[in-house]
Each structure stands twice: as structure tokens, then as C-alpha cells.
Design a protein around this ligand. Structure first.
Ligand code: UDP
Ligand code: MG
Length: 313
């Protein structure tokens, strides 16, 4: 098998048929297999995928999740079921044009020293000014905090050699920040520019709130530096307090007791209380992640699969 295509789908009933057609038209001369993951869609995505499978059993496989587990879980399921020379992840809404698959494959065919190709949306033409600033800010911030380096604008639209897929699957974490995992495993990656297209139908599953959650998740998953904030601030404030204590002692000895100063005292108490809570909060974020990881729950639950040997129909 030359190529496995992994397509995560959540509420993509209007895109499924067209996606299958676009992929089939692009890949018709190759030995390929499409692995669609229905990530607990609330619309008719699964019914559409069932039809697509019935009409093209040679090339189509479907993993049907028992509920919505998120795109990163869908990617994991796809990778765990892929068994080809190259594996590519592509969104199911036609924003990532399948035509690029050929360029990615040709590049890997011609450049043995590279193990992966990641598509980069550098211009972000379709995004508003604020979103651009926030996304670029996120990449700068996470690159300062994390030892794993992130390429600005690099998407999940990536093609891997088998060795990279195997490496990704060795990371068992439940809370999966795919972009971080892809960087963490290393390997020589070619960053290729591409233009993101408009969604064919439906709406994006990511809004400002979920994007912030995604970004925060990425930081907690790939950096422990926030934990050091408490140590650094605590040390600085203790030093300051010690010096100030000496100043007050000397002043009191020379000038006598000085009663005023309540407002400043309240400010200091509030500030220190706030910092304490912030430090405990950051600690809590890591502890909660540990709690969830330690349960070792599966990354996803499949209700049924189509096209695999262990078919449950
Ligand atoms: N997706 C998914 N599970 C989710 C959310 C999204 O499988 O919980 C899929 C979705 O169907 C699409 C891809 O992930 O194929 C990217 O999602 P979306 O288009 O909503 O994100 P955007 O392109 O706006 O970043
Ligand atoms: Mg999209």
C-alpha cells in the first residue's frame, strides 16, 4: 500500500461525498486507502460514510466513534489503523485541497533524507487581523516556554513515512496535542506552503474560546515552565520583603514607630494572596492533567468499524 489518508470528520454530512470524490480523482492511479473517522457526529455523516463505503469498498474504511472524542483522538485512531508507506492527515471539509497530496508524496519519493512533510499556512489570508495576532502570539509564547519547537502556521495537514507514524503511536498520552507530538518525535520535516480554502459547507468547530483552551492545553502539555512562576515570583518577593524589613527596622530604631501605612499593607496582602492563588491554580492544572492521565482511559472508543477484518456491522 502506497498511501493511507486519514480524514477526521465531525458533522461533515455536506462534505463527505465531495471529499471522497476529490480524493478519488486525485489518487486514482495509486494504491491507496481512505480511513474516515466519524468523531461522534450529530448529523448524517455516518450514514454518508456508510454509503461511500458500500460504493467503494476497495478504497474506503470507516471508524465510527461512540461519541465525540475530538480531532486529536480521531487522528490517533487513524494512525493506529494505517499500514502504508506514507500516511497523510487531511481535514474533511475541503479546506486542505487533496491536490497537495501529490506534491507531498513526490517530495518524499525524491528526498530520502526527509521523513515528513507538513503544510504551512503562512499568509493566513482567510483569517482576521485579531486571529492572526493571537495565533502568532501563541506560537511565540509556546516557543519561549517549551523545549519542543513549533513552526508558525504549520497545520495538522501532514504526510509521514511509516517510521514517523510508529514513533507517534509510542506516545500513549490521553490528552493529545498532536502538533506538539509531531514536533516532539523529531524526524526531518519539510515545511511546504499551501493556501487554505474556504470550508465547503458547515461551520468550523473552533471558536475563540475553544482555541484558547486548545492553546492553553498545548502549553500545559509541552512545558513545565509555568510551574516555575511560583518559585521565581516567591523568591523575588521574599527577597524584597527581607530587604524592606531591614529598612523598616533601621528606620524604626532611628525615627521611632511609624503607625500609618494601612493602604499599602492591604495592597501587599492582596497582591501576595493573588499570587499564592495563581501558583496553586497552575499547580492544579498540572495535577488535574496527571489525574486524567493516570486513569489510563483509552484515547477513543469505536462503536463499530467498516472495512477492517474485525468488522462489526
Ligand atoms: N473535527 C473532528 N472532531 C472534532 C472537531 C473537528 O474530527 O471534535 C474535524 C472536522 O470535521 C474537520 C477537521 O477536524 O475535518 C478540522 O476541523 P474544523 O474544520 O472545524 O477546524 P478549522 O479548519 O476551522 O481549524
Ligand atoms: Mg476546517
Amino acid at each position: 500500500m502506497k498511501l493511507n489518508v486519514i480524514i477526521p470528520m465531525y458533522n461533515e454530512e455536506g462534505n463527505a461525498l465531495l471529499m471522497h470524490k476529490a480524493l478519488t480523482d486525485t489518487l486514482k492511479d495509486l494504491k491507496y486507502e481512505l480511513i474516515f473517522i466519524n468523531d461522534g457526529s450529530k448529523d448524517k455523516t455516518y450514514e454518508m460514510l456508510k454509503d461511500i463505503y458500500a460504493n467503494d469498498k476497495k478504497h474506503v474504511k470507516v471508524i465510527n466513534f461512540s461519541r465525540n472524542f475530538g480531532k486529536d483522538a480521531a487522528i490517533y485512531a487513524g494512525l493506529a489503523h494505517s499500514n502504508a508507506k506514507y500516511t497523510v492527515i487531511v481535514d474533511g471539509d475541503l479546506q486542505q485541497n487533496p491536490k497537495y497530496l501529490i506534491d507531498m508524496m513526490n517530495f518524499l519519493d525524491e528526498n530520502d533524507e526527509y521523513d515528513a512533510v507538513a503544510m504551512v499556512n503562512e499568509d493566513r489570508k482567510k483569517e482576521s487581523g485579531l486571529v492572526k495576532v493571537l495565533k502568532n502570539g501563541f506560537y511565540s509564547f509556546i516557543n519561549i516556554l517549551s523545549d519542543t519547537k513549533f513552526k508558525k502556521g504549520a497545520s495538522d495537514f501532514r504526510m509521514f513515512r511509516k517510521s514517523v507514524v510508529e514513533a507517534i503511536l509510542t506516545l500513549p498520552e490521553n490528552n493529545r496535542f498532536s502538533k506538539g507530538i509531531f514536533s516532539w518525535v523529531g524526524f526531518k520535516t519539510k515545511y511546504m506552503k499551501y493556501d487554505v480554502e474556504e470550508r465547503h459547507t458547515g461551520k468550523s468547530n473552533f471558536n475563540i474560546k475553544s482555541s484558547f483552551k486548545y492553546a492553553w492545553n498545548g502549553i500545559i502539555n509541552f512545558s513545565v515552565k509555568p510551574l516555575k512562576v511560583a518559585t521565581v515570583l516567591g523568591t523575588l518577593f521574599s527577597l524584597f520583603a527581607f530587604v524592606y524589613l531591614i529598612v523598616i527596622l533601621i528606620k524604626t530604631l532611628i525615627l521611632g514607630a511609624d503607625v500609618p501605612g494601612y493602604p499599602s499593607l492591604i495592597c501587599v496582602v492582596l497582591l501576595l494572596g493573588g499570587l499564592n492563588l495563581m501558583a496553586v491554580g497552575i499547580l492544579g492544572e498540572y495535577v488535574s492533567k496527571m489525574y486524567l492521565e493516570i486513569k489510563k482511559r483509552p484515547i477513543y472508543v469505536a462503536k463499530n468499524k467498516l472495512g477492517f477484518d474485525d468488522d462489526i456491522l
